[in-house]
Design a protein around this ligand. Structure first.
Ligand SMILES: Nc1nc2c(c(=O)[nH]1)N[C@H]1C(S)=C(S)[C@@H](COP(=O)(O)O)O[C@H]1N2
Ligand SMILES: [Mo]
Length: 235
């Protein structure tokens, strides 16, 4: 797997912040215990509600509507080559069960297929079929702590994004490894990329290698967001 010094630095930044969260979470001054216990109850419910009450799906298109030539490769840094057998998807941060998953393990999980419109802020769109695993399934496996509110995605090309937890748990938010019925190509983000009908194209990170659940956003919010683009970027 490709890891540049730059992405290692970002890794340290992210783990620094979630480390602070862990430290506070582990604070066991007896004077706080009762109050903290009560205060956390509604937050637990909030995460569970997001996990178990599926949000409304976005209407999809028939397979015949796919526009194979309209999805423009849009890559702003160099295209990273990831060796599929070495690949690990890391899920960490504010979770009870950090994960390191191989591609095979991910592909053995239930697969979801959807035909949706991809919309790039630069003025083009394409109807695409994506196949992959629901991000909500992966997040559930990692067992998020009650205080989780945001999710960071780090890519092998040093691209980075942050999303709100609710959008991550939407049933049509996938980590895709298939496009238009074929294995995902390297240019389109293989081995794993985000795909969702609820967000603009720049939120949909290609070559995702690390997912970090956090309780607050860092000053860095995303590759384009940090240059002035909107953070929520909903469709
Ligand atoms: N890692 C990474 N992810 C990325 C990008 C990128 O440059 N690097 N470009 C984004 C933009 S602006 C769009 S529109 C889509 C394009 O996806 P495609 O190249 O598969 O068409 O990927 C998004 N995800
Ligand atoms: Mo885009």
């Amino acid at each position: 797997m490709l890891t540049s010094p730059f992405s290692r630095r970002r890794f340290l930044q992210l783990s620094g912040i979630s480390g602070t969260g862990l430290l506070l979470g582990g604070c066991s001054l007896p004077i706080f215990e009762g109050a903290v216990g009560r205060a956390f109850e509604p937050l637990n419910q909030r995460v569970e509600e997001l996990l178990f009450n599926p949000q409304k799906p976005v209407p999809e298109f028939p397979l015949s509507a796919i526009e194979p030539d309209r999805l423009i490769i849009n890559t702003f840094r160099s295209t990273p080559i990831i060796e599929p057998t070495d690949f690990r998807l890391i899920i960490r941060g504010e979770v009870e069960q950090p994960l390191s998953l191989s591609l095979q393990e991910i592909q053995q999980m239930p697969r979801t297929s959807m035909v949706i419109r991809h919309v790039c802020v630069e003025g083009w769109a394409a109807i695409v079929q994506w196949g992959g695993v629901r991000l909500s399934e992966l997040i559930q496996r990692a067992t998020p702590k009650a205080n989780v509110r945001y999710v960071y995605f780090e890519s092998a090309d040093d691209y980075y994004e942050s999303w709100d937890l609710r959008s991550c748990l939407h049933p049509q938010t996938l980590l895709a490894y298939q496009k238009n019925g074929q294995p995902l190509s390297i240019e389109n983000g293989a081995p794993l990329r985000l795909a969702a009908p609820t967000k603009l194209g720049y939120k949909q990170s290609k070559w995702v290698t690390r997912i970090t659940l956090v309780n607050q956003l860092l000053p860095q919010r995303g590759y384009w967001e940090d240059q002035g683009y909107e953070w929520f970027a909903g469709l």
